[in-house]
Design a protein around this ligand. Structure first.
Ligand SMILES: Cc1ncc(COP(=O)(O)O)c(C=O)c1O
Length: 152
């Protein structure tokens, strides 16, 4: 899609660009190079008008700087990355709105607990993102299923 001279996506143009082949709209909330903040809530409203189209907000660059409220943004999915929030590289968190149907591409793996632990620790940091789970304790049966995991 084209953007205006400030790098802004026009919600009406986006609305018109959605076809019956569209399954996902993904927009960067804040651009770290030119400083544009997209009209996410307005875009979300347009996307909601199209049944079966999911709305993903890439909040990676925004998270360290502006408040994130997934409700007022209207996001079905919202991603943040740890390394932009003084966390480790290779770790992130995806907010999935309750009732949003997506399938995991990967299950398990060595980093699951680290990812989960990071999410637990940091999901409170950007306001509006809620803690979604707890890391399993060493005694739990979930811990036993992940022998390669460790607590940093
Ligand atoms: C908009 C946006 N999304 C996501 C990312 C995260 O990408 P990566 O995890 O590959 O650094 C970046 C990184 O700079 C970014 O600018």
């Amino acid at each position: 899609m084209l953007v205006d001279r400030y790098g802004r996506v026009d919600p009406d143009e986006l609305d018109a660009a959605i076809t019956d082949r569209t399954i996902l709209v993904s927009i960067m909330l804040a651009n770290n190079e030119v400083g544009t903040i997209q009209p996410i809530a307005e875009i979300a409203e347009k996307v909601r008008g199209h049944r079966g189209v999911l709305f993903h907000v890439d909040a990676v660059q925004a998270a360290p700087h502006i408040e994130l409220d997934v409700r007022s943004l209207g996001a079905d999915l919202l991603s943040i990355a740890a390394h932009k929030l003084e966390g480790p590289k290779g770790v992130g968190a995806l907010f999935v709105r309750h009732g949003t149907h997506i399938l995991a591409q990967q299950h398990g793996g060595d980093t699951v607990l680290e990812n989960l632990a990071w999410s637990c620790l940091h999901c409170n940091k950007p306001a509006g993102l809620r803690r979604v789970g707890r890391a399993p304790s060493r005694q739990s049966s979930l811990w036993a299923t992940m022998p390669t995991n460790r607590i940093n």
